[in-house]
Design a protein around this ligand. Structure first.
Ligand code: ZN
Length: 240
């Protein structure tokens, strides 16, 4: 069984379409979504409709949360807060309700998905280093857990200690636990502007990070035309 694991689509329909195309070419038969379907990009409603139509299991991201409620946005920088306000107006009440109903943590087949961390999935902490990953592992009840939120693809492995690093393809080994960030579809921040997602082959036990070129200029133009902050368009080109 081949899963496409996708995170942080962020309303970037150009990147999302390219990822779904590639997943098909890679013969993925199943999908899982790590959250932040909306926020930042100019096509939140379209991306949400696709995720729903495909019926993929999905967990809630911080942008999904803030775009689906009416409360004041806390802890967001001004550009993100402005995008939240704009995104709220683009979504139907039905779409917002669907986002509100998402769970923070889910089991899919034999693995777990969570947007931010397992030790406080509703606190939206960021796992950038071994220390933060080590705090999540005690709450991980499956050998493999996928997460997002930082938009930086990196894998943490726990055996006798916790190690971490970048990856392209590796095999899951018995007796170890893996906490894997699949990178961002719609707004990469590791200095590589290509859209990212992971192919998880549950039979072979392999994890493969895919990086794909997409029409960045088209996504940028939509952001500018929508009157969203210029920085949100600019950063797509740098992957920061
Ligand atoms: Zn995000």
């Amino acid at each position: 069984m081949k899963f496409a694991i996708i995170a942080d689509i962020h309303g970037n329909l150009e990147a999302f379409r390219v990822v779904l195309n590639d997943a098909q070419k890679q013969r993925c038969t199943h999908y899982a979504c790590i959250g932040d379907v909306v926020g930042y990009g100019a096509n939140p409603a379209e991306c949400l409709a696709l995720v729903r139509k495909m019926g993929m299991p999905c967990v809630k991201g911080n942008h999904d949360e803030y775009c689906s409620i009416d409360e004041q946005t806390e802890g967001f920088n001004p550009a993100a807060a402005e995008a939240v306000q704009w995104t709220r107006k683009q979504l139907s009440e039905d779409g917002r309700q669907w986002l509100r109903d998402l769970k923070y943590v889910r089991m899919v087949k034999n693995f777990t998905i969570v947007h931010a961390t397992l030790d406080g999935p509703q606190r939206w902490g960021y796992v950038f280093d071994k220390l933060a990953a080590a705090a999540s592992f005690p709450y991980q009840n499956t050998p493999v857990c996928f997460f997002g939120h930082t938009h930086v693809p990196v894998a943490f492995i726990r055996d006798s200690m916790v190690r971490g690093g970048t990856y392209s393809k590796f095999k899951i080994e018995a007796g170890k636990k893996y906490f894997i960030n699949v990178g961002a579809v719609g707004q990469p921040r590791d200095g590589n502007p290509k859209a990212a997602y992971v192919v998880y082959d549950t039979v072979e036990g392999t994890i493969e990070l895919r990086r794909l070129e997409y029409d960045i200029a088209a996504a940028q133009k939509k952001i500018r035309d929508a009157g969203l902050p210029e920085r949100l368009a600019e950063r797509l080109a740098y992957g920061r």
